[in-house]
Design a binder for this molecule. Structure first.
Ligand code: SAM
Ligand code: SF4
Ligand code: SF4
Length: 356
């Protein structure tokens, strides 16, 4: 995908001087950047990297293909100039990228909210280094509170206790309020919902339940396997009465609910039954430097080619390309899916590659 160069917001050197928000074709500002730092993972969550598709023969990226930390930092600096306020490191499993804390240290120099999503399998070892390097916040994915279901969901027999000690280590390192992400898939872990609510209610950590999404080619998604936001709210409300809270900011994807007894809140991310494309302010940077403006994009823009091309490209040129890319953005796949009008790209990109 190659964007046409924009004809506004610039002088004739392609430098953006106008700091009005950069808007896409549907007037959505560019606010968030998700950076996938590895396409590899030590889990094989059934909804993300099913074992049969991500086996020993899976063609993971080679080391040379990965964006280097300095390259990520250079792009981040330009994105921040364009209005990005929040950067999330993800993957694959981001803590598997060697010395990821060095990348955190580079990115933490920008005026952004810097956060990372992890399965927490090695968080106990890494939490302090991440905090010391300047990471602001953490999200931990956790799909059950009983060991048997947890091991079944990650499908590599990984024990729950290690993840819980990772969360404890992170709290001790200064991550006071951690977001806990739980994907709910019908028939697999609906029974885990209430125990997760019970465990984290009254703590500073906030659980967000996520509808199982049709991202990628391999997870065998069916609408019948989605536990809808409405049924999650009903289930939770019957046991722990909740009431809606208004969103904090535009682009907040989780609908917030608070416990009527004052013991905190939960979030529900209804990507399938109540899509939020109208407020989607995210760009995604894959491990090998492709930029995607939607989880369901048909193709990406090769930023690495720009960075590593034969002729040196200055930041202004890259900035102009990013401006053009965002101006042309008209993605709204989930809204169209809900209206039964979505046209799927020939090849859907895997969540573990593009960064969830
Ligand atoms: N490995 C890290 C982790 O699991 O936290 C980061 C990458 S993972 C792809 C990011 C998030 O995407 C996780 O919270 C995961 O639960 C979510 N996810 C993966 N596949 C999904 C799917 N099919 N539907 C909804 N969420 C999904
Ligand atoms: Fe790995 Fe995260 Fe995907 Fe699970 S959701 S397989 S932990 S990348
Ligand atoms: Fe954003 Fe695309 Fe998801 Fe809509 S479908 S919320 S545009 S990533």
């Amino acid at each position: 995908m190659k964007p046409d160069l924009p004809d506004n917001n610039q002088n004739n050197h392609g430098i953006t001087h106008d700091r009005a928000p950069l808007l896409d074709a549907f007037s959505r500002p560019l606010r968030d950047l998700r950076v996938s730092v590895t396409d590899r993972c030590n889990f094989r969550c059934r909804y993300c990297m099913p074992k049969d598709a991500f086996d020993r023969d899976h063609p993971f990226l080679s080391h040379d293909e990965l964006l280097r930390f300095e390259e990520i930092d250079r792009l981040a600096r330009i994105f921040v100039r364009l209005g990005v306020k929040k950067i999330r490191l993800t993957g694959g499993e981001p803590l598997l990228r060697r010395h990821v804390e060095n990348l955190v240290a580079l990115l933490s120099r920008h005026p952004i909210d810097l956060t990372l999503t992890t399965n927490a399998s090695i968080l106990a070892k890494k939490a302090k280094a991440l905090r010391d390097a300047g990471l602001n916040r953490l999200t931990v994915s956790l799909d059950a509170m009983d060991d048997a279901t947890f091991r079944m969901m990650n499908d590599v027999d990984f024990p729950l206790a290690s993840v819980l000690s990772g969360i404890e280590a992170a709290s001790a390192a200064g991550f006071s309020s951690i977001k806990i992400n739980t994907v709910v898939k019908k028939g697999l872990n609906e029974h885990a919902v209430l125990p997760i609510v019970e465990h984290f209610r009254g703590t500073k950590h906030i659980v967000r339940f996520i509808e199982f999404m049709d991202v990628g080619q391999t997870n065998g998604w069916r609408m019948d396997d989605v536990v809808s936001a409405d049924s999650l709210v009903r289930m939770i409300n019957e046991r722990y009465p909740i009431e809606p809270v208004s969103p904090d900011y535009r682009g907040e994807v989780a609908r917030r609910w608070r416990f009527k007894d004052g013991r905190g809140e939960i979030g529900i991310i209804a990507s399938v039954t109540a899509p939020f494309c109208q407020d989607c302010t995210r760009m995604r940077l894959s491990t090998n430097g492709m930029l995607f403006s939607c989880l369901f994009s048909g193709g990406g823009f090769d930023a690495r080619a720009l960075l590593r091309g034969d002729t040196a490209v200055d930041d202004e040129k890259i900035e102009a390309m990013l401006v053009a890319l965002w101006h042309q953005r008209n993605d709204q796949y989930s809204v169209l899916r809900a209206q039964k009008k979505a046209v799927l790209p020939a090849q859907k990109i895997e969540m573990s590659y593009i960064g969830g």
